[in-house]
Ligand binder design. Structure first.
Ligand SMILES: [Fe+2]
Length: 392
């Protein structure tokens, strides 16, 4: 049997039965799957219910009845689940389509790969394993482009080499994905020592491990820093997988973990850029989790953490204890890596997950990085398009 026909065999339906407000379908393997009738009605793929070119639902919630049970169900000769509803409307569901939407856990796990949640956490062992790619290859080859985005998704850190040593290269990478994410610092920003700095990045001082732009509700997802000149003494870059450290915090200091995921802090950025005043404030916990307790993002930036704290004084004291422990763990040598960027290199990192920092440097020589951001929405979008095109 060829692999293709084997695949079809896996999706073969043999039986459908009404069970109260559910339809039970039986696959040729003998396994069964349960689908709520209301879900089947809601997701009818007929042209009356689902617009084929906009790929959007035409039914409203008024059109569906959570108690409705079909008058007839069967597997037709095209290997489709065929349902006849009370008003004689007929719905058809292809076996493969149903298989991808099964409510069983294994099917839901498969969906996670498509959503791009698969990551490999790391500590200092990453020092010699940072994925390295060539700039021009990413511009020229879709496979290399996909690999770059996949590395960002999986490790949250990629080093691109051999980029021209002049500004404007990050725009090219942004265009390969879709577009760069603009902030009040512009579409790209120049990290140089500035006489009257409006951001700590524009000084020669140390930048402790941090997440950029915590004062944005929609924090940029990925940051890229292109090294154009780096003759200054010092200024090594540091990176730390924050999700890896949060797991350690949760395991060893559960109380502090709970405080950092439940107490909101304010982050602010107030100043002027290109003669335009800005005044950003965003309030969020240090560790943002979803209802399953999974880490969504880390919002940690000591320099722009506001003095306003929305809790009682006793809890505020606990926040400081928690932040200090978290900071110490982040800076544990076992949890971070450091290297000095060379001209022509672009370091790209997951801005919700991988904290970045910089050691202090002497300003006696030139140091110039160009920075830019891309949002995860655009990266995941591009990855799905590429996967379809490259059959990945
Ligand atoms: Fe930064």
């Amino acid at each position: 049997m060829s692999s293709n026909s084997g695949q079809i065999e896996n999706f073969k339906l043999v039986r459908a039965d009404i069970q109260d407000r559910f339809i039970s379908v039986t696959w040729s393997s003998g396994s069964k799957s349960l689908f709520p009738c209301v879900w089947l009605r809601d997701n009818c793929q007929s042209q009356d219910c689902f617009h084929p070119s906009t790929k959007s639902r035409l039914l409203t919630l008024d059109n569906i009845d959570t108690d409705e049970i079909p008058t007839n169900v069967k597997i037709n000769c095209n290997n489709e689940l065929e349902i006849v509803w009370k008003n004689n409307h007929v719905s058809l569901y292809k076996a493969e389509w149903l298989d991808k939407r099964r409510f069983e856990e294994d099917a839901r796990k498969k969906r996670l790969t498509w959503l791009g949640t698969d990551m490999e956490l790391w500590g200092s062992e990453m020092k010699n394993k940072v994925p390295v790619q060539q700039f021009q290859k990413i511009l020229d080859d879709d496979n290399e482009l996909y690999l770059w985005l996949r590395h960002l998704e999986k490790y949250g850190l990629v080093l691109i080499k051999d980029a021209p040593r002049e500004v404007g290269q990050l725009n090219k990478l942004g265009q390969r994905v879709f577009f760069l994410r603009k902030t009040h610092y512009g579409e790209t920003f120049q990290v140089k020592v500035k006489a009257d700095p409006n951001n700590a990045a524009y000084t020669t001082g140390i930048l402790n491990l941090h997440i950029d732009q915590c004062y944005y509700d929609y924090t940029p997802g990925v940051q890229m820093l292109h090294c154009i000149e780096n003759e200054a003494e010092g200024g090594e870059s540091e990176f730390c997988d924050g999700f890896h450290v949060v797991n350690q915090l949760k395991e060893r200091f559960a109380e502090y973990f709970n405080i950092l995921k439940s107490v909101d802090l304010d982050f602010m950025d107030i100043g002027t850029e290109n003669n335009r005043k800005f005044h950003k404030i965003h309030r969020c916990p240090t560790i943002c989790t979803n209802h399953k307790g999974e880490i969504l993002k880390i919002m940690f930036n000591n320099a722009i953490r506001d003095s306003h704290i929305d809790c009682d004084a006793e809890t505020a004291l606990k926040i400081y204890e928690s932040l200090k422990v978290f900071h110490k763990l982040l800076n544990d040598e076992r949890n971070k890596i450091s290297f000095k960027l060379k001209p022509g290199e672009i370091v790209c990192f997951h801005n919700f997950r991988v904290l970045h920092g910089r050691k202090a440097f002497k300003s006696n020589r030139n140091r110039h990085l160009e920075g830019a951001y891309i949002d995860w929405d655009e990266i995941h979008d591009k990855m799905r398009v590429l996967r379809s095109e490259l059959n990945n």
